[in-house]
Ligand binder design. Sequence first.
Ligand SMILES: [Mn+2]
Length: 470
Amino acid sequence: MVERINSFPDFKDSFGDKRIEKRAEQVLNKLTIGRIGNIRQIAETEAEQKSFYRLFNNESFNEKAIESSIVNRCGELCKGRHVLCILDSTEFNLSSQQGRIKPSSGLGKTTKKGILGFMMHSSLVIDANAGSALGYSYIKTWDRKEDSLDKYKRKYSQLPIEKKESYKWIESANQSKTLLNQSSKITIVADRESDIYDLLAIVPEPTVHLLIRSKSNRKIAEGGNLTDHLDGLPVMHNYQLEVRGDIRKNIDKRTALMDLKWAKVTIKKAVGCKNKTLPDNQGLYVVEANETNRNGGIYWRILTTHPVTSSEEAMQIIEWYKQRWYIEQIHRLLKKDGFKIESSQLEQGWAIRKLTLLAMMAVLRILQMMLAYEDDNEQPIDEIFNKEEQQCLSVLNEQLQGQTDKLKNTSKHNTLKWATWIIARLGGWKGYQSQRKPGPIALQKGLAKFYHVFEGWSMFQKFQKNVSTQ
Ligand SMILES: [Mn+2]
């Protein structure tokens, strides 16, 4: 049997200090159990609380080292697979903590005027065929300088891309390429903010593809621009899209009727592109999905290096782009429903940033379980739970299954879906076949309960072992 690599870092040899490594692992476990990014609340005793604060203020426990222990794990997991690297940025606003936070401690401007915070850019890695989440191939946090002049005064548009914040798209794509060089194929997926000519020209390789939402109505060598070109084409395919309603974003739940078009195009180099070494044009495919008969409905125009010559291939592009939703879920769990990073109560910006990196790993496990139910992706359990955890899950499984067939864990024993059924049941989910899939809150609650049980269970195991060897 292949030895499966667990997607979670153990921080072994990460910080050059055994005590720091052990403490970091402890905090990650506590974050998973505590379901909140607040040190005071996850620590059980005052001494523990103090030791956690010391950890976050320790300079050997640094962001670079945390990042590499997280991403290196992902590199090993990706061997031989086609992976999607879903890139996205988000910002954390620490307005409620403004009075508490020490000045010049790693926070800066945000897009909200006068509010301190920091930025994060990351790459979530998903198996393109199985649909399971494997980890991250890039994570970086940074602060925008508080005292910097505005973009106009800094002559921002004149700067080479390496000097701009938007270089993050190229840097994260390049790092993912290097880190995941053992994968069979990489597809970089990103939203409109990443529609940058430099990215289109630099990143693609025979085994590295782009799949990005188009923002600019670029000029094309075929004549005219993208919009005109697509408007001139007939609708090539229709499909239906189930839209999840979202009251906060004013989106109605509905079945959208979509028109699909695709074409091969040659995009011309952008006038604003400062890099003289890049080619004057770039061949790509464009896929357009447009909701019919609805003003302000869904409209996606996607640029990709994957060949698109049939409706199946065009639909595959749409399916892959849809998976961008998962990185938004990660950001939401970090901020709102889950870890509430924005009210962490730490006094140093650096510490909050390090905490956020650890919380990214805790959130990953929730996403992995959500995906296990969403797509039936059969992710092997060994990638998420170790052998001892699996034994404990087996015992719980017996307890949680009912007398009737309606309440049975029907998934294969070696899959994450099997474990997810147990975890979700612990979190209050009813578990009937007919019921809705478990949501993030039930999974978080269930995971917390599971680790409390597991702690006791492993103590008992050790005790029994000691007794039997005496
Ligand atoms: Mn974005």
